[in-house]
Ligand binder design. Structure first.
Ligand code: HEC
Length: 282
């Protein structure tokens, strides 16, 4: 709680001293704290990257041996993420890194987050251009299952993380970076009164929350799964599991990618947790 208060204080002072250069969506330092609908945004500090592009330090050339989005070796013009934070979010140095999440907000609603400590322990970069793009263009857009993916304006890459390590997020189409206190944001989703649901909560957090919200907390790429009606109240459990494993066997041109790395027990834990959350709506 003590850390939490100091975090809120920093968020406020940061907002105050930089107010001249902030556009409305550059920072969502919520000072009201009373609006439960905005709970995911409360007490976070953030930067809207396109607005800052003109002030970016000169990028360096970095090579990614096995890029998980392009599935090949790639070369980018990129700026160390650490430099971006040092320059535009200096308040992060005062935060307790192990309790802070870095949240990446993409234009398409994909909203992954990671522990700040984990990201900064590797060579993470904000890629601003693809060196192999045709002249006059910053990016090449790869296609996935017949659809073109938009990489612009920015893309997070690592030079020392294997592409296959799914615990690292590589968000493209990135527009905003914000920092928020991990515990606070997720506290509302933690199964406080039922230990047996913790595993399901953890699995949902890592595999689903980046795209789906529960009680309005989480990503916006996919539909909210708990409020006002839980998906477990209108779908049979078996179908939820089947859908997650193969969404396009249910819906044509489904925008949810198949989740193939979870086994049946893990999927059961997620569905049980969703049933638990159905009884804990906001
Ligand atoms: C990369 C983003 C992404 C991830 C990760 C993701 N989903 Fe989805 N999900 C979507 C999108 C987008 C849809 C809407 C699909 C459509 O209708 O075209 C969806 C739809 C669903 C639906 C159908 C809901 C309804 O009412 O129609 C369920 C259930 C679901 N997802 C569960 C999950 C679970 C459980 C996980 C984690 C194991 C998960 N999803 C991970 C993006 C994602």
């Amino acid at each position: 709680m003590k850390n939490w208060l100091s975090f809120a204080f920093i968020a406020l002072s940061f907002a105050a001293c930089n107010s001249s250069q902030q556009s409305d969506n550059q920072t969502k330092s919520d000072t009201t704290n009373t609006d439960t609908a905005a709970v995911a945004k409360v007490d976070s500090i953030g930067i809207f990257l396109p607005d800052l592009k003109a002030k970016f330090p000169t990028p360096e050339t970095v090579v990614v041996a096995d890029d998980p989005v392009f599935h090949q070796k790639k070369t980018y013009k990129a700026i160390p993420l650490q430099t971006i934070l040092d320059t535009f979010l200096p308040a992060y140095k005062n935060l307790n890194r192990s309790e802070t999440q870095i949240v990446f907000e993409c234009e398409d609603g994909y909203n992954p987050s990671m522990a700040l400590e984990k990201v900064l322990s590797k060579k993470a970069f904000l890629a601003v251009a693809d060196v192999d793009a045709p002249q006059g263009q910053d990016w090449i857009n790869p296609t996935k299952e017949g659809r073109e993916m938009k990489i612009a304006p920015f893309y997070i890459v690592y030079t020392d993380v294997p592409g296959a390590d799914v615990s690292y997020k590589w968000p493209y189409n990135l527009v905003k970076i914000s920092l928020s206190a991990a515990s606070k944001e997720l506290a509302v989703l933690f199964p406080k009164d039922d230990d047996t649901q913790v595993k399901g909560f953890e699995l949902f957090k890592v595999n689903c929350l980046t795209c789906h919200s529960l009680n309005k907390v989480g990503g916006k790429m996919g539909p909210e799964l708990n409020y006002p009606k839980s998906v477990t109240e209108y779908w049979k459990v078996e179908h939820i599991k089947q859908f997650v494993k193969a969404p396009s066997s249910y819906r044509n041109e489904c925008k949810m990618p198949a989740v193939t790395h979870l086994n049946d027990k893990e999927l059961d834990a997620i569905v049980n947790y969703l049933q638990y959350m159905a009884k804990h709506k906001i």
